[in-house]
Ligand binder design. Structure first.
Ligand code: ADP
Ligand code: MG
Length: 346
């Protein structure tokens, strides 16, 4: 979702790590922030002082890669030189479109998750998301009628999204269908870029794309990373944290994008069953090494009653750690998360 300010480097900082006996105290913390996919992307690399310049150059390159995935997943505007999701949507009901295999990968995982979750995740939710978005962005006032939403339901049939992995094509067979990778693209880009940085020799780093976190290696001094989980009622503070090695932490929350009408909050995580914003949790956090999966699962679990979510995770992803923060502020977690989570702010 590249809509404004994309690619601008926002802040650079270099901090010397101190108070440590280890040889790695020579390391410095180098941080850069960019804007892409409608969010802030922060790269933090821990490296020897001699490598500061080369690491800074790597962060710029990494962010260019992030942006190239943003371009592929963009459903709002076509991008010169590539077929992206906007292209696929424009050709709905007309013809298949050849896309980059990264897009095929994202769509395949999305479709698989939709099947496994029995429709809690929907990769073709675009028509409904667009209606809600028009209210959120102030183009319309109030809230959509259920009738208006229900009329769009026939467009939410992902069997009508044909994926041809031999030809690398995507085809929406019905006009007005809208493919939407909004719940997976940021995770995919984070995963891709972090793996690329690691392949370039980065050993200790954090990529944080608007709360979608992927760590490379461990903290050079503390040996783990501690990642805070944002307090839904006070976004500048955290309600707890997870202590992790090299993995990914992703949260879906009702506080990221929303509007209010007659005292009710309407956010951007839409339950495909009701076509309304899901109202079970303030946030759901997921820890698992692959950031693409973490992104898909946090959105999916946000739609599911907790017992269903627990069964779903046990059945398909037994190693994934999950934390549910419900509407009353109660926190629950599965055993995998209990090993990582600490309550309280920093
Ligand atoms: P964020 O992008 O804010 O971090 P998510 O990863 O949870 O949050 O993705 C939210 C986006 O996913 C929405 O903006 C919308 O495009 C899409 N979306 C909303 N509800 C669903 C759903 N039930 N299944 C799949 N995608 C969804
Ligand atoms: Mg998601």
């Amino acid at each position: 979702m590249k809509r404004f300010m994309s690619g601008i480097m926002i802040a650079t900082s270099i901090i010397l790590l101190t108070a440590c006996q280890s040889a790695k105290s020579e390391y410095v913390k180098i941080s850069d922030q960019f804007f892409a996919m409608d969010t802030y992307i922060t790269y933090t690399i821990y490296a020897p002082e001699t490598e500061v310049e080369s690491m800074q150059a790597l962060m710029v390159e990494a962010n260019a890669l992030f942006e190239s995935i943003d371009d592929l997943a963009n459903r709002f505007e076509e991008v010169a030189g590539v077929n992206n999701i906007a292209t696929v949507n424009k050709k709905a009901g007309k013809e298949p479109v050849v896309v980059d295999e990264k897009v095929i990968e994202m769509v395949e995982l999305a479709k698989q998750t939709e099947e496994q979750s029995q429709g809690a995740f929907s990769v073709v939710l675009g028509p409904v998301s667009d209606v809600w978005r028009s209210y959120q962005e102030g183009e319309r006032t109030g809230v959509p009628s259920q009738d208006e939403l229900e009329q769009l339901r026939p467009l939410l049939d992902s069997d009508q999204l044909i994926v041809d992995t031999a030809e690398n094509t995507l085809y929406l067979t019905q006009p007005d269908m809208i493919l939407d990778l909004g719940a997976i693209a940021k995770g995919y880009a984070t995963e891709y870029v972090a793996n690329w940085l690691e392949a370039q020799g980065v050993e200790h780093a954090i990529v944080n794309a608007g709360g979608n976190v992927k760590t490379i290696g461990t903290h050079p001094v503390n040996e783990t990373f501690r990642i805070g989980l944002q307090d839904p009622d006070n976004l500048s503070s955290v309600f707890g944290s997870v202590q992790i090695g090299a993995t990914s932490v992703v949260t879906s929350g009702d506080y990221q994008r929303y509007f209010e009408y007659e005292g009710q909050r309407y956010h951007h995580l839409i339950d495909p069953q009701t076509l309304q914003p899901a109202r079970l949790y303030r946030s759901v956090s997921v820890v698992t090494p692959n950031s693409t999966l973490a992104d898909v699962l946090s959105t999916t679990l946000f739609m599911m009653p907790q017992h269903e979510g627990e069964t779903f995770i046990q059945q398909y992803y037994p190693d994934v750690a999950v934390l549910w923060y419900d509407l009353a502020g109660n926190i629950s977690m599965n055993p995998q998360m209990e090993e990582l989570f600490t309550l309280g702010g920093e």
